[in-house]
Ligand binder design. Structure first.
Ligand code: 5AD
Ligand code: SF4
Length: 480
């Protein structure tokens, strides 16, 4: 998600003629996207910013922009601590980013001033579909598409809702157009993104639209926006697509002629976009994981055989205290249904160790469920206290030492299970999307490396046979 945000924030800069560079010494502008989900991530960002003091001093004309969630949380102190920052743009400002950037740049880059307005597209509440997705931050074969922002949950440990705000959905049209444009630029895979991506609701489908026809053009006369949407935004996103049925039977390829309302509909519609060869989404929330979604995933051949479904804990008591709004029984049932609909699907998850009040038994339940559900991998996190969250005020905080030990035990089980699962891939034939000439991803989300004597074109897809497995990494040989 952070890579996608960074792509989006880079877009106005690239549109203004800036180019990407890997070398800070060459850079006239540095844009840092920060994360605050765990303290460690925030600390890393702060120390990185501190190190840029010399870069800025060397040439005060250079511009330093700090954006994202940590910037949102700490904006006042950031500017005080690092007065050399030119612009702090918190996560909630991403929609106004173009405007903020214009302001920050125009003082120092007079050519921007001279051409003010020349490149600007109208600012919407959410980014509009673009003909030019920002290239190159991930790899040429992959297109990230943001479906929604914010989160309506309030998991007790999580800072995200306070730095990103409540859910705001992009229109299905904008999402489909972004997907098409990514394909046009060479993407084989689309990754739909959202904090709880499967709670998506198409804001336009749920709007009542009254339309009048004037010289064959459709004009939106009145829009009753869904909660969280501005009137102009909806109209603005629809207007470029005047040839479409205003009731938003979106698929202009003649397929899926039914309104897109929920996430399953959206997934199906993006799966129907010609040229989309692989489709993934991140991160779904178990509470919204419907039977309809499982059916859609299983029936759309382009949907990859992998799902990342955050679990967080194997203990129902802790899940309740985390306010996750599902039980382990419900989670197990999703996995069972998924596996019966998509045999062999690989599964990854997130688990937090050391949430306040977690007893040895609670923690043991997390260890057990990782083995029982045979996750292909689990991202394990030490509980990190975030000021202002409900968990920060809980009495039974677990000591750092115990958290560390539990985290290490969790990693051990995850590694063991993960290796066993990876070993089962030996001898299989897999389709790989290449990220570099020698590294790529299989559809079931394994990293695959090519043997030394072989190369592939980044962004292309080819078949390999898995000749060896090293820990969780697969070694493949191109099949002719
Ligand atoms: N401490 C530890 N892990 C956290 N996560 C979110 N907030 C915290 C926190 N305060 C983890 C969750 C989430 C992932 C993105 O980060 O597991 O799914
Ligand atoms: Fe955070 Fe929970 Fe929202 Fe995920 S669902 S972003 S963990 S509050």
């Amino acid at each position: 998600m952070n890579v996608a945000d960074l792509e989006e924030m880079s877009r106005p800069l690239i549109q203004k003629g800036f180019h990407l560079t890997n070398n800070a010494d060459d850079a006239e502008v540095i844009l840092i996207n920060t994360c605050t989900v765990r303290q460690h991530a925030e600390d890393k960002a702060i120390s990185f910013i501190g190190n840029l003091k010399a870069w800025k001093k060397e040439n005060p004309q250079r511009i330093l922009i700090v954006a994202g969630c940590a910037a949102e949380r700490t904006k006042d102190s950031l500017q005080r601590r690092f007065p050399f920052i030119d612009l702090v743009a918190g996560a909630k400002s991403i929609e106004n980013f173009t405007q903020l950037i214009n302001e920050a740049l125009k003082e120092k880059f007079s050519w921007i001033n001279d051409n003010q307005g020349a490149w600007d597209s109208p600012d919407f509440n959410l980014p509009p579909a673009t003909d030019n997705p920002t290239p190159g931050l991930s790899h040429p074969g992959l297109g990230y598409v943001t479906t929604m922002r914010g989160c309506n949950y309030s998991c007790a440990y999580c800072i995200v809702p306070s730095v990103r705000g409540r859910e705001l959905y992009r229109s299905a049209i904008a999402i489909i157009n972004d997907s098409k444009n990514h394909v046009k630029q060479g993407a084989k895979e689309i990754m739909l993104l959202g904090q709880t991506v499967n709670s998506y609701k198409n804001p336009v489908a749920s709007c009542e639209l009254r339309v009048a026809s004037q010289n064959k053009n459709v004009t939106i006369q009145s829009v009753i926006p869904a909660p969280g949407l501005r009137q102009g935004q909806v109209a603005a996103e629809i207007q470029p697509h005047r040839n479409l049925d205003p009731r938003l039977r979106v698929d202009d390829e003649g397929r899926g002629q039914k309104p897109i309302e929920d996430f399953s509909d959206l997934l199906q519609a993006v799966a129907n976009v010609p040229g989309v060869r692989r489709l993934r989404f991140m991160s779904p929330h178990p509470h919204y994981f419907s039977g309809k979604l499982i059916e859609t995933m299983a029936s759309a051949p382009v949907v990859c055989e992998h799902l990342h479904l955050p679990l967080q804990s194997g203990s129902d008591r802790i899940l309740k205290s985390m306010r996750r709004n599902y039980t382990t029984k419900e989670y197990r049932s999703i996995i069972k249904n998924l596996r019966s609909a998509m045999p062999g699907i690989s599964l990854t998850t997130d688990i937090v160790a050391g949430f306040p009040g977690e007893t040895e038994d609670d923690f043991k339940a997390s260890l057990d469920i990782v083995e029982e559900l045979e996750f292909n991998f689990a991202y394990c996190f030490k509980f990190s206290l975030r000021e202002g969250t409900e968990a920060a005020g809980m009495e039974e905080q677990i000591s750092e030492e115990i958290i560390k030990k539990r985290h290490a035990r969790l990693l051990e089980i995850v590694e063991k299970t993960g290796k066993q699962k990876a070993r089962a891939m030996l001898g299989q034939k897999m389709e790989v999307l290449w990220e570099t000439p020698m590294e790529g991803k299989s559809r079931n989300f394994y990293n695959v490396s090519l043997s030394r004597d072989q190369r592939a074109e980044p962004g292309s897809v080819s078949w390999v046979s898995i000749d060896a497995v090293k820990n969780r990494k697969l070694l493949g040989r191109l099949m002719s």
